[in-house]
Design a protein around this ligand. Structure first.
Ligand code: KIV
Ligand code: ZN
Length: 514
């Protein structure tokens, strides 16, 4: 018998990107969208078109470029939001407008200052307006988990009558627990007379660490779309994580009896990409994609796994693409093979970026015998910043060792095209390099996070540095990779400095008061 399909709606580029410090540029979002397509998600929520020019552009770019998945934009149930979403989505072959208004008493009373009748009127008008742009309209009663059920049923019936094909039940503040959330979905199925005309979706936040459990409970009760994000990033404690939901449904097919279209071997690569581009590292013990997710430390476990993998492994690492980085190129590989592989990995670089990446690849291939996909991706990602590189590293020299005061000599090229050089000492080589950069750029900020990890294994692996730098309350991240970790540190720092010097944080429309 054919299994029911659960639609996977990825909102990494919208709710995921909403978490502080995770903002991505439109080019980075496009890169994530390419990877989400490879992962074969059903819907990509590409942004909240009205919230900023950057979001509008991102939604539009994703709509223009990505075919296959449905492309969605969020919109409050107000005319200007829906128009912006409709415009931005115009180039998409398959588009969805996802409109919402809050329905819980606390939101209606204090945030919207509107009565129930008015909320229903807004919701219906929003759905009808959205239907002018597309037949595929989703409606979310925000804070549904805390909404009076009888009112929720009324809202859902009205929006389905108005033309919503998907009704999404958000647990906006992560308040629900699985049994109760499952019962809510059952209640909707039993009490909304026209519910068979719509797909029930769920959107769970993780404030109590229950977002995956709540989503899965909802599937057991009949929800057939789950909204989730890669690595579970999102507002506050985040959203249900795609990899957990998808693997939960897959590993426990015996219980759920449903399937998704997700190509699970792409999960790990997607997780790494989102982590790199947002600067949000994945905790080692994170389910499915954490560095330790498939590591067996205790002797008893190791012995068991050697005897029979299933003793301690409920899924194979290969099923989620864990630990696989295909060997692709060596120092004799030519430009053609290099370009072809970049294309296959989903990078769209301009001629200058390609040249720069190729030169760095040649240097790397000289140092390392084998260049892996992950190495190549790290080099290409270094090129993807659309932020003007006001300051670029030209030269760096930091002698250091025991009994030596680390002294960095740094040369950078500034916005006027002139090269300037300076030196500084520090507690260590990275500190010295950062102090020299501060001196040369006149930048003054605070390093709030510094993480280094290797891109692939081996002593000659690329080291990847991710930093967060704060200035006047604004935090930006920077990231760079090199076989020389001091150089990677300096490039990552300069990238964050360039971001901070570039523009104020993108203003976003507050999501309230329709
Ligand atoms: O958490 C939430 O309620 C949302 C809605 C806009 C779907 O993100
Ligand atoms: Zn949300």
């Amino acid at each position: 018998m054919k299994k029911d399909k659960v639609i996977i709606f990825d909102t990494t580029l919208r709710d995921g990107e909403q978490c502080p410090g995770a903002s991505m540029t439109p080019a980075q979002k496009l890169e994530v969208a390419h990877q989400l397509k490879r992962l074969n998600v059903d819907v990509i929520e590409a942004g909240f078109a009205v919230s900023s020019p950057g979001d509008f552009e991102s939604v539009q770019q994703v709509a223009k470029t990505i075919t296959g998945p449905v492309i969605a934009s969020l919109a409050r149930a107000v005319p200007k939001d829906i128009d912006a979403a409709g415009q931005a989505l115009k180039p998409a072959k398959r588009r969805r407008i996802h409109t919402f208004v809050a329905t819980s008493e606390i939101h209606m009373k204090y945030k919207l200052k509107k009565a129930e009748d008015e909320i229903i009127r807004l919701a219906v008008a929003g759905v009808k307006q959205a239907r002018k742009y597309t037949d595929d309209v989703e409606f979310s009663p925000e804070d549904a988990a805390r909404t009076r059920p009888e009112f929720l049923y009324k809202v859902l019936e009205a929006v389905i009558d108005a033309g919503a094909g998907t009704v999404n039940i958000p647990d906006t503040v992560g308040w629900a627990v699985p049994e109760q959330f499952g019962a809510l979905i059952r209640g909707i199925r039993e009490n909304v007379p026209n519910i068979d005309k719509a797909v029930i979706s769920v959107h769970c936040h993780n404030d109590l660490g229950l977002s995956t459990a709540n989503s899965l409970a909802a599937v057991l009760s009949g929800a057939r779309q789950v909204e989730c994000t890669i690595n579970g990033i999102g507002e506050r404690a985040g959203n249900a994580s795609l990899e957990e939901v998808v693997m939960g449904l897959k590993v426990r097919q015996d219980l759920f009896g449903v399937e998704t279209g997700v190509k699970t071997p792409e999960i790990y690569r997607t997780s790494r990409l989102v982590s790199k581009l947002t600067g949000f590292l994945v905790q080692p013990n994170k389910a499915i994609v954490g560095g330790n997710a498939f590591a067996h430390e205790s002797g008893i476990h190791q012995h068991g796994v050697l005897m029979h993998k299933n003793t301690y492994e409920i899924m194979k690492p290969e099923e989620v693409g864990f630990g696989e980085s295909k060997l692709v190129l060596g120092k004799h590989s030519g430009r053609h093979a290099f370009l072809q592989r970049l294309k296959e990995l989903g990078f769209t670089l301009d001629a200058k970026q390609i040249e720069e990446t190729f030169q760095r690849f040649k240097v790397l291939a000289d140092k390392k015998k084998e260049v892996f996909d992950d190495d190549l991706a790290a080099l290409a990602e270094d090129q993807l910043s659309e932020i003007p590189q006001r300051y670029q590293l030209v030269y760096l020299h930091v002698p250091s060792g025991t009994g030596v005061i680390p002294t960095a000599t740094v040369k950078i090229i500034g916005p006027d095209g002139k090269e300037v050089q300076g030196t500084a000492t520090g507690d260590g080589p990275v500190d010295a390099a950062y102090k020299a950069i501060d001196k040369l750029t006149g930048f003054s900020g605070r390093l709030t996070d510094y993480v280094i990890q290797s891109v692939t294994s081996g002593k000659d692996a690329l080291g990847e540095v991710a930093v967060k730098v704060e200035r006047k309350g604004r935090i930006e991240h920077g990231r760079a990779a090199s076989t020389d970790i001091i150089e990677a540190s300096a490039r990552a720092y300069l990238s964050a400095v360039n971001r901070l010097l570039h523009e104020p944080a993108r203003p976003r429309t507050k999501q309230n008061n329709p």
